[in-house]
Design a binder for this molecule. Structure first.
Ligand SMILES: [Zn+2]
Length: 248
C-alpha cells in the first residue's frame, strides 16, 4: 500500500497536528502501538516526572541540606594586632589578609585595614547606590602582559563572606541579606550570601513579618522554589566520597 508521507495525527496533549512519524510509539509485549501524544510531549512528560522524582529524593536526603558554616582562619593570615596599633571593636574581632589585594585586611566585623607609608590605618568606607558599604582597594590583576595593581571598589560583605563564611554557591550568590536589613551591619554572623530569588523571598517575608531568623533563611536556602536557573536536584547529591557534588 502506498501510504502518504504527509499523513498527520492530532496530539491529545498539545493539540497539534503532527506527522505520523512524530507520534510516540509504545511497545507492549512486543506489540507496537501508536499512542495519542507526540514524541515531544512524551519526552517532556518523562523529563518532568524524572525531575519530580529527583526533587522528592532531594527533599528527604538530609545530607543535601545546607547549613550555615563559617570558615576556619589560617593563623598565618591573621594580622598581628600589637604591631598594627589598630583598636579592636570587640575581643573576637580578627583581621584577615586579603590575598588578592595589596596590603589589605578585612575583619569579621567588615572593617578594612591597609598598610601604607609604614603604618596601618582603616580604609575609608564608601556607600554605593544600593546602600552597601564599599572599600576602594588595589587588586592584583593580569592586564594581558603583567600582574598589576588596579584600584577597585568592592562591597564589604563580599570580602567578609569570602574570608569568613562558607558560601554554598559562589556563582549565583550575588546578593547578601544583612540581618534586620541593616546594610551598615557587616558583622559576619549577620550576613547571608543568597541568590536573587532567595534574597527577594527573604526581603518580602521580612517586610511582612519582621522575621529574618536564621531558621527562616535556612528554609529559603533549602527550598526547591528559589533555586538558580538550571538547577538540577540530582546534581546536588554528594556523589564524590560523600562530600563533592556536581552542582550547577
Ligand atoms: Zn504534543
Amino acid at each position: 500500500m502506498n501510504q502518504s508521507n504527509n499523513e498527520t495525527k492530532l496530539c491529545k496533549k498539545c493539540g497539534k497536528q503532527v506527522p505520523l512519524n512524530q507520534i510516540n510509539v509504545r511497545v507492549n509485549k512486543g506489540v507496537r502501538r501508536q499512542s495519542n501524544i507526540c514524541k515531544d510531549c512524551y519526552n517532556a512528560h518523562r523529563r518532568q516526572k524524572r525531575r519530580e522524582a529527583n526533587i522528592r529524593k532531594f527533599m528527604v536526603d538530609d545530607s543535601m541540606k545546607l547549613q550555615i558554616h563559617y570558615k576556619e582562619i589560617h593563623p598565618a593570615h591573621i594580622l598581628a594586632m600589637e604591631q598594627s596599633g589598630i583598636e579592636l571593636i570587640a575581643e573576637e574581632e580578627v583581621f584577615v589578609k586579603l590575598l588578592d589585594y595589596k596590603d589589605s585586611w578585612i575583619s569579621n566585623y567588615g572593617r578594612a585595614v591597609s598598610y601604607y607609608n609604614g603604618r596601618y590605618s582603616f580604609t575609608r568606607k564608601k556607600v554605593n547606590k544600593d546602600g552597601e558599604i564599599c572599600y576602594q582597594l588595589s587588586r592584583n590583576v593580569f592586564d594581558g602582559r603583567n600582574w598589576v595593581w588596579k584600584k577597585q571598589v568592592i562591597e564589604a560583605w563580599k570580602l567578609v563572606v569570602k574570608e569568613f563564611i562558607v558560601n554554598h554557591d559562589i556563582a549565583n550568590n550575588i546578593c547578601c541579606w544583612h540581618k534586620g536589613n541593616n546594610k551598615e551591619d557587616t558583622y559576619y554572623r549577620h550576613l547571608y550570601p543568597l541568590n536573587q530569588y532567595q534574597y527577594d523571598a527573604v526581603r518580602r517575608y521580612y517586610e511582612e513579618t519582621r522575621d529574618d531568623s536564621e531558621a527562616y533563611i535556612l528554609d529559603i536556602m533549602n527550598s526547591v522554589n528559589y533555586r538558580p536557573d538550571g538547577w538540577e536536584p540530582s546534581h546536588m547529591r554528594k556523589s564524590m566520597f560523600g562530600i563533592g557534588y556536581l552542582g550547577c
